[in-house]
Design a protein around this ligand. Structure first.
Ligand code: IVH
Length: 666
């Protein structure tokens, strides 16, 4: 007898995990359709078992993209989600329900493309753009103004505008831009981004607006949230026209439909057209056109009853699995990848699909030579749904992960608690390459011209295995490499030399300690006066540092305890790399802010976050991402929110930009 409570709990936990991956990490593992199926199953169980409390269930919420480092802002009108369906019958039923509700009205619908981007709400006050906010949890989102204000085509002012206006739309990235950024990253030896939607979602949440500005985002607007005075609009179609008149980038096409059958015809038309749109379209949104009727139809806790999203099925195709290749990450995790006979899917040529891990291959019994059903939805990485057993070659063999590793000569082991295999041999050349790529990358030691192609040759020719080896390289060693001449060899030697004096956080990040990213590396530099004191710190001391959790503390401690790592550090020291912390150095030089911790919040009138941070650091202070007892000042811009409230509560002095400048130059 299946236990419904157990299945409900499992589904809720699984959906929550996917919500975090999608909304906060911009790294979904499954496509929308698979996700929607999980949600539909949960909703079905919850309906059948009202006895299990589901006020907190993911079927009742819109997810949450808020991050600690951002100021949050309450939408004047909540940003709701939409009920969705993949079936024509359910769409027609939706129409029938509304016809029943309004028996003597002829119902007109607006059929719009459903854009697969990142939801955003723009606030205009007296016709001036003042703020961009992410959807967040629907009620409160993150202030992402700094990363949005430079999007081309976004009007700064609009004529004849209501006093207060929230304009709703989606941010996305075009394929060309996505490819451009990935090509750059490959040259720099950094990992590729998975897909344009994730990259767009990651870009609007960058802490450095200058970095965000270097990536070209696009925006399209389709709706209005709050509007004061309130009776500015009476129909959805009118909103589309007005948005266009205000010169917002708008939907390339929408349809006015007489009745739900007509709406269906429009959806089919949209399906045939959507590949030509500049934004990714994953379905249609069908809305009652008349606002009075919308009002009367009302809302459920998370979605309007007057609208529905019809989502197009992900595209599928059969193709042959030529090979299973193994990808090795910086931490040594091994991911299997299916190499496919190229096939056209969702407007792109697909030649690879993710296989996740050993268990996934076994569960689906995927074998080399099989004909497989591949699915690609929107921007997600293609997946293998199933194997066509009728087409399986007679001599085929089950894929054996361990044996495959052995033939490739890769030493690895599988953590019994996890599905992932991990390389054990530190001297595995592929792993060495990943470690060096990370070390040399722009986010770490930023060594120019030391990209993946050069690193691969250094490793395979035995010229460098660890970071410390790089500092021994001479121009003569490098001249042997492909495409190297005397000048380029010397340039690379100089670039490597120059990296010795990088700020300490870059070295800490470059060491590749599991779980330690760029921000944590900065937090660690701020907390210690040198790499040596960091290396000696115990777990408790580490866990007490702002921004460092217990898992990270454990990981850091374990890394420094390892003899091979200690040897590597010693060699780096001998080569003269900077082990000294900058924050402590300037603290002792006695700037006005020596030893002080500042937290930034909101948008400052004339300084970017980076500029303010640089000024703070120059004056001997440092910044932190969250307000605590240890915060000396809150530097607050225009928008106020949770950090402001917390600073007030803790009695942390609050500075505006003028007071901040005054403090620096009294
Ligand atoms: S209307 C209360 N129209 O899809 C109605 N949403 O799955 C709210 N979306 O939250 C939305 N294109 O982020 C609407 N033409 C469109 C849309 C659209 C994309 C997004 C939006 C919404 C989500 C719901």
């Amino acid at each position: 007898m299946p236990d419904p409570q157990k299945e409900i709990d499992q589904l809720r936990a699984e959906i929550q995990r996917h919500d975090t991956l999608y909304y906060q990490q911009a790294q979904p593992e499954i496509d929308d359709q698979a996700y929607d199926r999980l949600k539909a199953r949960l909703a079905e169980l919850e309906l059948a078992h009202p006895e299990f409390d589901f006020a907190e269930s993911p079927t009742r919420s819109v997810g949450d993209d808020r991050l600690e480092a951002f100021e949050s802002y309450t939408h004047r009108k909540p940003m709701l989600s939409l009920d969705n369906t993949y079936s024509r019958e359910e769409l027609i039923e939706f129409g029938k329900r509304l016809e029943k509700r309004f028996p003597d009205r002829k119902l007109t619908y607006l059929v719009e493309p459903k854009i697969d981007g990142v939801a955003v709400s723009l606030t205009y006050e007296d016709g001036r753009f003042i703020r961009a906010v992410s959807r967040g949890n629907g009620t409160e989102g993150d202030d992402i103004t700094q990363n949005v204000r430079h999007i081309a085509g976004l009007p700064v002012t609009i004529a004849d505008a209501p006093e207060i206006l929230e304009v709703r739309g989606e941010i996305y990235m075009r394929h060309e831009e996505f490819e451009r950024i990935n090509a750059e990253r490959e040259i720099a030896g950094e990992a590729r981004y998975a897909n344009p939607r994730n990259l767009a979602a990651g870009t609007v949440k960058l802490l450095d607006p200058n970095l965000a500005r270097r990536r070209r985002l696009e925006i399209v607007l389709y709706g209005v949230g709050a509007c004061e005075p309130a009776d500015s609009f009476s129909h959805q179609a009118e909103i589309q026209q007005q948005l266009k008149a205000w010169q917002f980038p708008v939907l390339e096409k929408y349809w006015l439909a007489d009745g739900i059958e007509d709406a269906w015809n429009n959806i089919e038309e949209l399906d045939a057209l959507r590949q030509q749109f500049s934004y990714p379209t994953d379905g249609a949104v069908v809305k009652l056109d008349d606002f009075k009727l919308q009002q009367e139809a009302g809302y459920t806790s998370k979605a309007p009853r007057w609208a529905i999203a019809y989502k197009f099925e992900a595209e599928r195709a059969e193709t042959r699995l030529k090979e299973i290749s193994l990808q090795i990450g910086r931490t040594g995790a091994i991911t299997p990848v299916a190499i496919l006979e190229p096939v056209q899917l969702a407007g792109t040529t697909v030649s690879r699909a993710t296989l996740h891990n050993e268990d996934e291959i076994r569960r689906k019994d995927i074998r080399v030579g099989d004909t497989v059903l591949v699915q690609k939805a929107g921007e997600i990485i293609p997946q293998i749904l199933s194997v066509n057993l009728d087409k399986r070659p007679p001599n085929s063999q089950a894929f054996k992960f361990a044996a495959h590793l052995e033939t490739l000569g890769i030493e690895a082991e599988r953590d019994p608690s996890q599905a992932a295999w991990r390389i054990t041999g530190e001297d595995d050349p592929i792993r060495q390459q990943r470690v060096l790529q990370h070390f040399a990358s722009r986010a770490c030691m930023d060594i120019e011209n030391l990209g993946s192609a050069v690193i691969e040759q250094l490793v395979t020719r035995g010229l460098a295995q660890t970071a410390a080896d790089l500092y021994q390289l001479q121009a003569d060693d490098l001249i042997q490499l492909d495409k190297f001449a005397e000048k380029s060899a010397q340039n690379l030697v100089n670039a490597i030399e120059a990296s010795k004096s990088r700020p300490l956080w870059r070295l800490i990040h470059g060491l590749g300690i599991p779980h330690v990213g760029k921000q944590s590396a900065k937090d660690l530099e701020a907390a210690f006066d040198s790499l040596d004191s960091l290396a000696l710190a115990d777990e408790e001391t580490l866990a007490a540092i702002d921004g460092i959790g217990s898992i990270m503390a454990q990981s850091i401690h374990a890394w420094f305890a390892k003899p091979t790592n200690q040897e590597e550090l010693e060699r780096l020291r001998q080569h003269g790399l900077n082990f000294k912390s900058a924050s402590h150095a300037s603290a002792s030089t006695g700037g006005v802010l020596a030893g002080k911790v500042l937290v930034l919040t909101g948008t400052l009138p004339s300084l970017t976050r980076d500029e303010a941070t640089a000024m703070i650091e120059q004056a001997g202070g440092r910044t932190s991402s969250s307000v605590s007892q240890k915060t000396d000042y809150l530097l607050a811009g225009e928008a106020t929110g949770s950090k402001y409230a917390k600073a007030e509560k803790l009695g942390v002095p609050i500075l505006d930009e003028a007071a901040f400048r005054e403090l620096l130059n009294p």
